[in-house]
Ligand binder design. Structure first.
Ligand code: ADE
Length: 369
C-alpha cells in the first residue's frame, strides 16, 4: 500500500498536478493495488504470447466470466499458433459459437497463418509488427507486447479510457480515435519499464472491478481516489463523455424450425456480411407464415404433420437488431431438396450440435431442436 507520507504529498499537490505528473503519481499505488487484488484468471497463470493474444481477443466485447470456459476449451483444442493456422473454419467457428463478433475468430486464423509464414509460428516480440497482423489493433498489440514480452507499450481499451478520463478529468469524447491515441501517448510516456504488463492490467482491472462500466464507481476501494479529479469533484457521473451511438437498424424476420424426428434444416450464410459463413435456421424476412415457408423452401404440403408458433425473440448485434417470430414445421419425411449454395439442407440434430456453428442469435429457437 502507499505510505502515509506519499498519500499526504499527493493530497497536498493533487489539485495542481499536470496529466503526466498525475499519472506518474498513480504508478506506485496502482501496482501495489494490483499485486494485492489481481484476479486469478486462466490466461494470467501462464501469460505466453499465444494465450495473451487469444484471451485479449475473446475479452473484447465479452465478459471475463463468459470468456473463461471458451478460453480453456480453445487452448485444449488449438494449443499452438500452428494448430490455429491449420484449423478448419467450421471447427474454429464452433469453438467461437456463442461468443459473437465472429470476424474476431476469422482474423485470429489469418494472423496465425501470417505468424507461421513470417515468424516461425510465434507472435513477433515487436509492437509495430504485432500491429500489422489481422485483427490486432493498438490495444491488443500493447497487451501482447507488455503482458507476454515485457515491452513498455500501452494497452488502452474502454475500461482504461474510463479510468484515465476520470483521474484526469478529461471531458474529451472517449469514442473518438484521436482521444484514444492521445491517451495511449500519455500512458506510453509515464508507464514503467519494469512490469509494464502489470501496469496495463492494473488499469484494466481497476476499470473492471472498481471504476466499473455500469453504475457508480467504488471510489472508496480505489487506490487512485486521492489522485482522481472526477472523484474529488463529484464528476464521475459526467465523465467519461461518450457520444451517443447511432440507432440500430431493426429487422423483422421469421425463423423456421423445419424438422423431422431426428433431423433439422439449416443453411449456410453468405461468405460476406453479418455472421458470414456461419450456419442458421432458415428464415424469411418480415412476419411470414407457415404457408409462405412451404413455397419459399419447396416443401410439399402433404409432408407437414404440424405447425406451431414459437415465442418471439430479439437479438441485438452492434448495428442491427433482429426481431424474430418463430414457427416450427414438423414433417413426416424429408422433402427432395437440391444441394445448392445458400439453400437449406437437413442434418441430424446430434450432428448440428457437434459440428455446425449456429450463432447465439438463434439461441431462442435452437433450444426447441
Ligand atoms: N479485459 C481485457 N483484458 C483483460 C485482462 N487481461 N484481464 C482481465 N480483464 C480483461
Amino acid at each position: 500500500m502507499t505510505g502515509l507520507y506519499d498519500r499526504l504529498q499527493v493530497l497536498e499537490s493533487g489539485r495542481t498536478l499536470g496529466p503526466e505528473e498525475r499519472l506518474e503519481a498513480a504508478r506506485k499505488p496502482l501496482l501495489a493495488w494490483y499485486r494485492e487484488h489481481a484476479r486469478n484468471l486462466p490466461w494470467r497463470e501462464n501469460p505466453d504470447p499465444y494465450r495473451v493474444w487469444i484471451s485479449e481477443i475473446m475479452l473484447q466485447q465479452t465478459r471475463v466470466e463468459a470468456v473463461k470456459p471458451y478460453f480453456e476449451r480453445f487452448m485444449r483444442e488449438l494449443p499452438t499458433v500452428r494448430d490455429l493456422a491449420q484449423a478448419e473454419d467450421d471447427r474454429l467457428m464452433k469453438l467461437w459459437e456463442g461468443l459473437g463478433y465472429y470476424s474476431r475468430a476469422r482474423n485470429l486464423k489469418k494472423a496465425a497463418i501470417v505468424a507461421c509464414e513470417q515468424y516461425g509460428g510465434c507472435l513477433p516480440a515487436d509492437y509495430s509488427q504485432l500491429l500489422k497482423l489481422p485483427g490486432i489493433g493498438s490495444y491488443t498489440a500493447g497487451a501482447i507486447a507488455s503482458i507476454a514480452y515485457g515491452i513498455a507499450e500501452p494497452a488502452v481499451d474502454g475500461n482504461v479510457l474510463r479510468v484515465l478520463s476520470r483521474v484526469l478529468e478529461s471531458r474529451e469524447d472517449v469514442s473518438r480515435q484521436a482521444v484514444k491515441k492521445e491517451m495511449e501517448n500519455l500512458v506510453r510516456r509515464v508507464m514503467p519499464e519494469k512490469r509494464p504488463g502489470d501496469y496495463n492490467q492494473a488499469l484494466i482491472e481497476i476499470g473492471a472491478l472498481v471504476c466499473v462500466p455500469n453504475g457508480a464507481p467504488r471510489c472508496g476501494e480505489c487506490p487512485l481516489e486521492s489522485l482522481c479529479l472526477a472523484a474529488g469533484k463529484g464528476l464521475t457521473g459526467e465523465i467519461p463523455v461518450k457520444a451517443p451511438k447511432k440507432e440500430r437498424k431493426k429487422e423483422e424476420r421469421t425463423v423456421f424450425i423445419i424438422e423431422t424426428e431426428d433431423m433439422a434444416a439449416i443453411r449456410k450464410r453468405p461468405a460476406k456480411g453479418l455472421l458470414a459463413s456461419l450456419y442458421e435456421l432458415p428464415s424469411l424476412e418480415g412476419a411470414a407464415d407457415g404457408q409462405s415457408a412451404l413455397e419459399a423452401f419447396e416443401i410439399p404440403e402433404k409432408l407437414v404433420e404440424s405447425e406451431e408458433m414459437l415465442p418471439e425473440a430479439k437479438h441485438i448485434f452492434s448495428h442491427v437488431e433482429w426481431h424474430m417470430r418463430g414457427i416450427r414445421l414438423r414433417l413426416s419425411g424429408l422433402p427432395q431438396w437440391e444441394e445448392a449454395e445458400g439453400k437449406p439442407f437437413f442434418v441430424k440434430k446430434e450432428e448440428l450440435k457437434e459440428r455446425y456453428p449456429l450463432p447465439n442469435a438463434f439461441a431462442a429457437y435452437r433450444r426447441f431442436l
